[in-house]
Design a binder for this molecule. Structure first.
Ligand SMILES: C[S@@+](CC[C@H](N)C(=O)[O-])C[C@H]1O[C@@H](n2cnc3c(N)ncnc32)[C@H](O)[C@@H]1O
Length: 404
């Protein structure tokens, strides 16, 4: 079993209990994703409930469940850790696909043919090791790229992949921004249904902006977050990894990954602050203590108060009005196929159409010739028959190839 999956199997119980304590706390991670999905359904002109979505590395379905509550009903969740997915209490209405490991996912995705694949807080766990058993950054990034490209390949030409995850991306990266996506025209998330809470009230106070710019304005207006903070990475590397028995490794989203993927695909990227929001400080304390597995393997565990004071020291705790927030930030990556018209799959399909066309024309010519001349065995007739069989064979071979 992959080391990361084994880690999750040990902390799954606590992780799931934490999410149940405050199911809406991570909503800001998901809001930009829902806004993008809204834009996509409006652009392709289908009802929300029909948009086919795959939640990749779904855990116990946090994202799937929120999407479902927002009217996206066609969701398949794919997860490799049984302890994470089994008995996923907040997750009842969604189809779960257990997989032995991530390399199987593209095959399942091909059979689903989704419009969108989404992966939240998971890609940094795709870690590869050297022969000596040490984490290999290069191998990990190569593997992450392979997973992305295989998933993209498994979708049709209009398929889109969205990844929200820890980001180690620095400097000016030469890809488009999320606001450059051509979906923002009509997109709004003011019709989000489930957040009868403070968050929904301040989000709906629109200020004539759209997309990420609007989201960032709204979050800043309410939580005064520091866009440059990189709190999530520091929290994992300086606190969780060193103070929990289970530890935490990551290969966060990197410049190398994004730049490599952008050679073969169209990539949009942006970092966003998405603080976790709680009704009280007490709830926040319990949540982070459990979610990050501080109390797993209790013998050497640190106390809930220690865990909280680490978060305070790192500047991650903010109290305002009736809410307490835990600083959080992720990188958002949207991947589309480049020049969908000239993609490999489209070329293969066009070749199939051409071959089938030639085959049909030859057969029609044969029928016409046979009908007119009533001669069945002249050389031209035999030659044309052979050609028809030849092109028919090629067409069926090409058809089989794209089906597989
Ligand atoms: C932090 S959880 C996120 C779960 C869910 N997406 C969420 O946001 O709550 C990461 C998930 O990735 C899965 N995972 C971790 N490492 C993996 C690997 N190497 N291959 C496949 N899945 C992995 C874990 O089982 C876990 O469910």
């Amino acid at each position: 079993m992959h080391k990361e999956i084994e880690r999750f199997s040990r902390k799954a119980k606590e992780y799931k209990e934490a999410l149940l304590l405050a199911p809406d706390s991570r909503i800001l991670e998901i809001i930009p994703i829902i806004a993008i999905l809204d834009g996509i359904v409006k652009k392709i002109g289908i009802p929300k409930k029909e948009l086919k979505i795959v939640d990749l590395m779904a855990g116990n379905g946090y994202l799937s469940s929120l999407l479902y509550d927002n009217g996206f009903y066609n969701i398949t969740s794919i997860e490799a850790c049984n302890q994470m997915s089994f008995g996923a209490e907040i997750f009842k209405k969604i189809t779960l696909y257990p997989i032995p490991d991530i390399t199987v996912a593209p095959h399942i995705i091909r059979s689903i043919n989704p419009n969108v694949i989404i992966s939240v807080a998971s890609f940094h766990h795709l870690i590869e090791y050297s022969n000596e058993g040490n984490i290999s950054v290069n191998k990990s990034i190569k593997f992450q790229e392979e997973v992305i490209c295989n998933c993209m390949e498994a979708m049709n030409d209009l398929g889109i992949m969205i990844i929200a995850d820890l980001s180690d991306i620095s400097g000016n990266i030469k890809v488009k921004k999320i606001d450059d996506l051509d979906i923002w025209g009509e997109s709004t998330i003011t019709d989000m249904t489930i957040y009868d809470s403070d968050i929904s009230r301040w989000l709906t106070k629109s200020d004539d902006k759209k997309g990420m710019e609007w989201y960032k304005n709204a979050v800043n207006r309410n939580y005064y977050v520091d866009d440059n903070c990189n709190f999530s990475l520091k929290w994992f590397r300086d606190i969780v990894n060193t103070n929990t028995k289970i530890g935490h490794d990551d290969i966060a989203l990197s410049n190398t990954l994004i730049e490599s993927v952008s050679k073969s695909h169209e990539v949009f990227y942006e970092k966003y602050a998405c603080p976790w929001v709680f009704d009280s400080l007490e709830l926040l304390k319990k949540f982070i203590f459990k979610k990050f597995g501080f109390n797993v393997n209790e013998q050497n565990a640190i106390s809930m108060e220690d865990c909280f004071s680490f978060a305070q020291q790192l500047g991650g705790i903010n109290e305002q009005r009736d809410t307490a927030t835990f600083g959080w930030d992720l990188g958002l990556v949207v991947i589309k196929k480049k020049n969908a018209l000239f993609s490999q799959k489209t070329i293969e399909k066009n070749v199939q159409f051409m071959l089938v066309g030639i085959c049909v024309v030859l057969i029609l010519l044969l029928i016409a010739k046979a009908g007119m001349a009533k001669v069945y065995l002249d050389i031209g007739f035999i030659f044309q028959t052979l050609l028809a069989f030849f092109f028919g064979g090629l067409a069926s071979h090409a058809l089989n190839k794209t089906k597989n």
